[in-house]
Design a protein around this ligand. Structure first.
Ligand SMILES: [Zn+2]
Ligand SMILES: [Zn+2]
Length: 743
C-alpha cells in the first residue's frame, strides 16, 4: 500500500528529511520525502501496512531534537511502484500553512567537538550542522534551502558538498554548512590594520583582556563587548562611550561555572541558561561587578551560543559585557557601515550578511514561572498554538517593546523584538519585519488590530494598512489586550484580570495602568483600579518621578520637595512650576508603574528614569532586604484602591529603614490588588485569574498575588509563551480582534 503523509510543524531546517530518509531506508520502504514551500514536509511511502504503521509511529517518537510536529495527515492511495527512497528537491512556496522555519539555534556539542578535532573546522568560527546554527536571521524566503539564505554567496568546497549530499552524514542538507576553505571569513579591524581568520579572533581576545572595547558581529546584530571585572574600569569607560549611565548591561559568561561565581543559579535557571535558545537570564547577584547593573540586585547573563563566542572565551577568564550595539532607542546595528559610526576600539566582523536583525531574548523566573521579558532570538519565529477558530489577522502592538503578531490557521506568529516605536527608524524596522513575515507565511490579511491610543505611530500605521487594503481595523484597549493574551495562551473563555503596568490609554482617555478587568476575550469590563493621581507635566512625570510624588501628595509636601532641590535639573525655579502644575494638571493616571516610581523617589532611591522601569526596578531591588514594618490593611473605596493613603504612610514614616518601607509599599499594592480582584471574581462567579503587564515582572508583587489567590482557591495564570509585558501585547490585540470578528 502507499501512504501519502503531510507533516506540519517545525520540520524544516532541523534535520527532519534526513531523519525520514534514514528511517525509510531502515524499514525498507520506497518513496520520497520533500520540503513543501511553507507547508511542512510531504512523504510518500510504499510497503506493507504494518511497516508503514511502524514508520509513522517512529516519526512521532524518534523525531530530531529540534523538530516539532503539530499535525500529521495521512491518506492511503494507489501504489505507484517506487523503486527506491529518495529526498526530492523542494517545491516552490505554494499554498500556506503553519509550518515555518525554525529559530536560530545555539551551537551544539558535536560542532564544538568538531572545532577541536576536525581539520577543516579546527577553530573555525562558523561551524554549524543540521541541528544548530543561524536560521531565522539568514533566511530570505522559503523553502529553507541554501540559495534562499544569505549563505548563497558561499560555494561549497568538494568536502562540504560530500557531507551535504551524504544522507548518513550529520551535515546532510545542513544549509549553513561551511568550513575554513569555503565558508564565511572573519576579520578584525583595529587601528587601521586588518587581521584575518584565527588571528582576528586571538587578537580580539587579547585586546579584550587589555581592556579594549570591541564591536562583535553576532547572529542577529552587533554586540559591544568588554571585560567585566571587580574593578570595573572597562565597563565604566563603556558607559561613557555609549552615553548610558544606568541601563543594565547583559553579560556573557564562559560557562555555568563562571555564572555561578558571580550569581545565584537555581536548577530551573540552569536549564534555561543551557537550553539551545541561550537567552539572557536575570540572576541574583553573588558578587558586585561595578557599573554592570547599578542599583539592581540581578544581572542579565547568557552563555556562549556561537562558535565565535566559544573561541573568544578560550583565552578569557572573566565575564564579558555583551550589550546590543545600538544608539539609545534605536534598533540593533547589523551592518558593517553603520557599526563604523560607533566609538569602539576595534570591530570584529565576518563577511556573511544578516538578513533579519534579532536581539537576544531575556527571561526571568518569577513565582515559579519562566517569564519572557523579551521574546526574540531563539524563539522567533516559532508559532504559538491558539485554541480558537482564526482569520488572518495582523496586530501591530503598542508603543514600547513592540512586536507584531500574525494570527492564522489557529497559530500566532510573533515577530522579533522591534523596540520602542517612537522613532521612524523603529517604525521602518517594524514594517520590514511585517513584510518578511507576510511573505514567509503567505499571509492574506483580513483585519488589523492596534492600540486604542490615537497618537501611537503603530496606530497610524495600522490605519494606513486598513485604508490601503480596505479591511476592518480594531482598536484594542491596552489592558484588555494584556489580559486577553494570557487567556488565549491558556485557552480561558472568561477571567478576571489584574493588569499592572506603566501606561495604557483608557476608554475614558485617562492613563490607565493598575486595572482589574473582567474579560471574555472579545469584550471587557473595567471593574476596579488604583486611585487616580495627577501627572504634573505629563511625560515629564514619567521621567522625573518626584513630579509624580507631587501629583499624589499635592502641596502638602511642598517643603519636603524644596529640600530635594538636587533632584530637579533646573533647581528651585522648576519646583515652583511643578507645584503650580499640580493644581492645574488635568492628566490623571491609575498606573501601578508610576505609583512605584513615586515611592522610589520618596525613598530617595531613584529620581530620574534613564531606562524604562528603572525607578520601580530599583525599588524592588531595595525592598528585597526589607520586611513589612507598616503592616497596612488595604483601603478599597468602592472599586478604587486607595494609594494616596499608602504614600502618606510612607512619608510619615520616613525615619524607618528604606528597605522596610519599600517592602511594605509593594506588600500593600499586591494585597490590595489581590483583594479587589477576588471580590470581583466572587461577584462574577469566576475562578480563573490572570495577571499581566510590565509590573508583573516584579517578583514581590506577582509572588504575593499568586499566593493570596491560590490560598483562597482561585486559579492563577501568567504568560510564559509570550512576554507578560508590552512585548506580547500584539498577541492579545490579535486574539481580541479575531474573537470580535467571529462574535
Ligand atoms: Zn551542530
Ligand atoms: Zn567547505
Amino acid at each position: 500500500m502507499l501512504a501519502h503523509i503531510k507533516v506540519n510543524g517545525i520540520v524544516q531546517g532541523v534535520g527532519f528529511r534526513p531523519f525520514v530518509y534514514r528511517l525509510a531506508k531502515k524499514l525498507n520502504l520506497k518513496g520520497y520525502v520533500l520540503n513543501l514551500g511553507d507547508a511542512g514536509v510531504e512523504i510518500e511511502v510504499e510497503g506493507d501496512k504494518k511497516t508503514i504503521k511502524i514508520f509513522i509511529k517512529k516519526i512521532k517518537e524518534e523525531k530530531p531534537p529540534l523538530a516539532e510536529i503539530n499535525e500529521i495527515k495521512i491518506e492511503y492511495r494507489k501504489e505507484k511502484g517506487y523503486e527506491d527512497f529518495i529526498i526530492r528537491k523542494s517545491k516552490d512556496a505554494k499554498g500556506r500553512n503553519t509550518s515555518i522555519i525554525p529559530p536560530d539555534i545555539s551551537i551544539c556539542n558535536e560542532c564544538i567537538e568538531d572545532m577541536e578535532k576536525q581539520k577543516r573546522r579546527k577553530n573555525y568560527f562558523f561551524t554549524t550542522c543540521t541541528n544548530c546554527g543561524p536560521r531565522f536571521t539568514i533566511i530570505k524566503r522559503l523553502p529553507y534551502d541554501r540559495p534562499n539564505t544569505t549563505m548563497d554567496e558561499f560555494e561549497m568546497c568538494e568536502e562540504c558538498k560530500k557531507e551535504y549530499t551524504n544522507p548518513l552524514d550529520r551535515r546532510y542538507h545542513a544549509q549553513t554548512i561551511a568550513c575554513k576553505r569555503c565558508g564565511p571569513k572573519i576579520f578584525l579591524e583595529y587601528k587601521n590594520e586588518i587581521f584575518e581568520g584565527e588571528e582576528a579572533i586571538w587578537k580580539s581576545s587579547a585586546l579584550l583582556k587589555e581592556g579594549k572595547i570591541i564591536a562583535i558581529k553576532g547572529i542577529g546584530g552587533y554586540h559591544i563587548a568588554c571585560i567585566a571585572t571587580e574593578e570595573g574600569k572597562e565597563v565604566k569607560r563603556l558607559r561613557k562611550i555609549l552615553g548610558r549611565q544606568q541601563k543594565p548591561f547583559a553579560l556573557m559568561a564562559k560557562d555555568l561555572q563562571m555564572v555561578k561565581k558571580i550569581a545565584y543559579v537555581s536548577k530551573e535557571e540552569e536549564k534555561i541558561l543551557s537550553s539551545y535558545i541561550k537567552p539572557i537570564v536575570l540572576l541574583n547577584k553573588k558578587i558586585e561587578l561595578p557599573y554592570v547593573a547599578p542599583g539592581l540586585h540581578n544581572y542579565g547573563i547568557m552563555l556562549p551560543y556561537t562558535g565565535l563566542h566559544i573561541l573568544l572565551f578560550k583565552e578569557i577568564d572573566s565575564p564579558l559585557v555583551m550589550t546590543s550595539a545600538n544608539y539609545p532607542g534605536l534598533p540593533i546595528i547589523y551592518d558593517e557601515e553603520e557599526i563604523k559610526g560607533m566609538k569602539v576600539d576595534a570591530i570584529l566582523f565576518y563577511n556573511r550578511k544578516i538578513w533579519q536583525r534579532c536581539d537576544d531574548s531575556i527571561m526571568r523566573r518569577v513565582a515559579g514561572k519562566n517569564l519572557l521579558i523579551r521574546r526574540s532570538r531563539g524563539f522567533v519565529p516559532t508559532a504559538i498554538k491558539v485554541a480558537m477558530k482564526t482569520r488572518d489577522i495582523l496586530a501591530v502592538g503598542a508603543e514600547e517593546n513592540v512586536t507584531a503578531c500574525f494570527l492564522l490557521n489557529q497559530h500566532a506568529f510573533l515577530t522579533q523584538h522591534i523596540g520602542h516605536v517612537q522613532h521612524l527608524e523603529n517604525l521602518e524596522f517594524l514594517k520590514k519585519a511585517i513584510e518578511h513575515f507576510s511573505n514567509l507565511l503567505n499571509f492574506s490579511i483580513e483585519a488589523i488590530a492596534c492600540d486604542l491610543h490615537p497618537a501611537f505611530l503603530t496606530t497610524r500605521y495600522a490605519e494606513e494598512i486598513a485604508e490601503e487594503k480596505d479591511i476592518e481595523i480594531f482598536r484594542i484597549q491596552h489592558h484588555h489586550a494584556h489580559v486577553a493574551k494570557a487567556m488565549a495562551e491558556y485557552g480561558l473563555e472568561e477571567a478576571i484580570g489584574i493588569a499592572i503596568d506603566g501606561f495604557g490609554y483608557g476608554s475614558d482617555a485617562k492613563a490607565w495602568g493598575g486595572e482589574i478587568l473582567f474579560s471574555n476575550i472579545a469584550e471587557y469590563e473595567r471593574l476596579g483600579h488604583l486611585q487616580y493621581h495627577k501627572m504634573p507635566g505629563g511625560d515629564k512625570a514619567t521621567q522625573y518621578p518626584i513630579r509624580m510624588l507631587a501629583g499624589i501628595l499635592g502641596n502638602e509636601i511642598a517643603d519636603f520637595i524644596c529640600e530635594r532641590e538636587y533632584v530637579f535639573p533646573h533647581g528651585k525655579n522648576e519646583i515652583e512650576v511643578i507645584l503650580k502644575q499640580v493644581e492645574k494638571e488635568k492628566l490623571l493616571t491609575s498606573s501601578c508603574g508610576r505609583l512605584l516610581d513615586a515611592i522610589s523617589s520618596l525613598l530617595d532611591i531613584c529620581h530620574k528614569m534613564d531606562y524604562e522601569g528603572e525607578p520601580a526596578m530599583k525599588l524592588e531591588s531595595v525592598a528585597r532586604k526589607g520586611k513589612d514594618v507598616l503592616q497596612l490593611e488595604p483601603i478599597i473605596k468602592g472599586n478604587v484602591i486607595e494609594t494616596k493613603y499608602l504614600v502618606e504612610q510612607i512619608y510619615e514614616n520616613l525615619r524607618l529603614k528604606k528597605e522596610d518601607l519599600a517592602y511594605s509599599a509593594q506588600e500593600y499594592i499586591a494585597k490590595a490588588l489581590a483583594t479587589l480582584a477576588m471580590q470581583k471574581a466572587d461577584e462574577y462567579g469566576i475562578k480563573n485569574m490572570v495577571i499581566a503587564g510590565g509590573c508583573a515582572y516584579n517578583e514581590h508583587l506577582t509572588t504575593k498575588i499568586k499566593e493570596m489567590l491560590e490560598k483562597n482557591g482561585y486559579k492563577f495564570f501568567i504568560n510564559e509563551k509570550v512576554p507578560c509585558g508590552d512585548g506580547g501585547i500584539s498577541f492579545g490585540q490579535a486574539v481580541v480582534a479575531n474573537k470580535k470578528l467571529f462574535d
